[in-house]
Design a binder for this molecule. Structure first.
Ligand code: SF4
Length: 315
């Protein structure tokens, strides 16, 4: 199926094609359009990552909005677990040039924000992370070649010579289950045969409520209460907390994963993405709207409208 806005050009995929060094293929600049040029993608398939594979499998529409149209949720409208995860990552990787605190939480008295501050203070006080030997790198961008001309991309939280660490901020225990983390973790094991194990560090945000005697408490008081709760019982917040060694997390061994299956799946999904791009078959899958987490694009699918107050267009 050819794009109905396409105007033939001898030098470009379409007269509306706008090359861009920041995007894998150029953008569409036809009137009223945005996003990447679908005709160019047909010739130069987009790189795939564990998360884009997952998006395509769970709902093609979410893949289309994210990867082809470049629609992202504005920072302050992201869900709390996502915001908290970003800030904890920043704390653990202090090299990042600018802090995201204000962008994510313009209101510094928001109780959700104070949970993050309490968590960071607890991490410092319990001296959990500083005892970990220096990693080879943090937020390490990796590329795994799975086929001729086709790579899988990813970002590893902390990489060491013989293992890697992923830190998740989540109130669910999904990340302790092999089935849930398999796709991401097995992909990262493929980076280097010397990687023997992964540690999944799961931080549970405090779920304290401001009710009863705490109904009138201030943001400062709430933060302090969360902080004290985390210090009093670290094992309730840092999964498998080990007081003696000052660390936490679940270990999964390399031998627990089947890499052939993972590679085969990438290859198969890449073929399916190619066919979907040809046929413009990025249909919605309502089964994924609310599970396992609410989809960030739900307001778009429900209203058919991309609200400027909720979303921005990356390209
Ligand atoms: S809201 Fe539902 S249908 Fe829409 S992109 Fe998300 S998962 Fe797909």
């Amino acid at each position: 199926m050819t794009c109905d806005k396409k105007i033939k050009s001898k030098t470009k995929p379409c007269l509306h094609y706008n090359p861009n060094p920041d995007t894998p293929v150029g953008k569409c600049s036809a009137p009223g359009e945005f996003g990447l040029c679908i005709e160019a993608i047909k010739k130069h398939p987009l790189p795939i990552s564990h998360s884009s594979l997952h998006k395509f499998i769970s709902c093609r529409m979410s893949y289309y909005l994210s990867k082809i149209k470049g629609v992202t949720t504005k920072a302050h409208k992201l869900s709390d677990p996502v915001k908290m995860g970003i800030l904890i990552d920043e704390y653990l990787n202090p090299n990042k040039k600018e802090s995201s605190h204000e962008k994510l939480y313009p209101d510094s008295n928001s109780f959700s924000y104070r949970k993050v501050l309490a968590t960071i203070r607890a991490i410092k006080m319990l001296e959990i992370f500083p005892t970990i030997p220096k990693p080879v790198g943090t937020q390490v961008k990796v590329e795994i070649k799975i086929d001729e001309g086709q790579v899988v991309t990813g970002v590893i939280d902390r990489l060491y010579p013989d293992h890697f660490v992923e830190t998740k901020y989540s109130s669910s225990d999904y990340y302790t289950k092999k089935q849930f983390i398999k796709s991401q973790v097995a992909t990262y094991f493929l980076v280097d045969e010397g990687l023997k194990y992964v540690i999944m560090e799961i931080i549970k945000p405090p779920a304290l409520k401001s009710t009863g005697q705490f109904k009138e408490e201030t943001a400062d008081e709430y933060e302090e209460r969360c902080y004290q709760a985390m210090l009093t019982k670290p094992s309730a917040f840092f999964h498998k907390y080990d007081k003696e060694n000052k660390n936490f997390g679940v270990v999964f061994e390399r031998s627990e994963f089947d890499f052939d299956k993972i590679i085969e799946r990438y290859k198969q999904v890449l073929k399916e993405i190619r066919v979907a791009t040809e046929d413009n078959a990025f249909y919605e899958n309502e089964d994924s709207c609310l599970q396992p987490f609410e989809c960030e694009y739900l307001p778009i699918c429900e209203t058919g409208w991309i609200s400027d107050s909720l979303y921005e267009k990356r390209f």
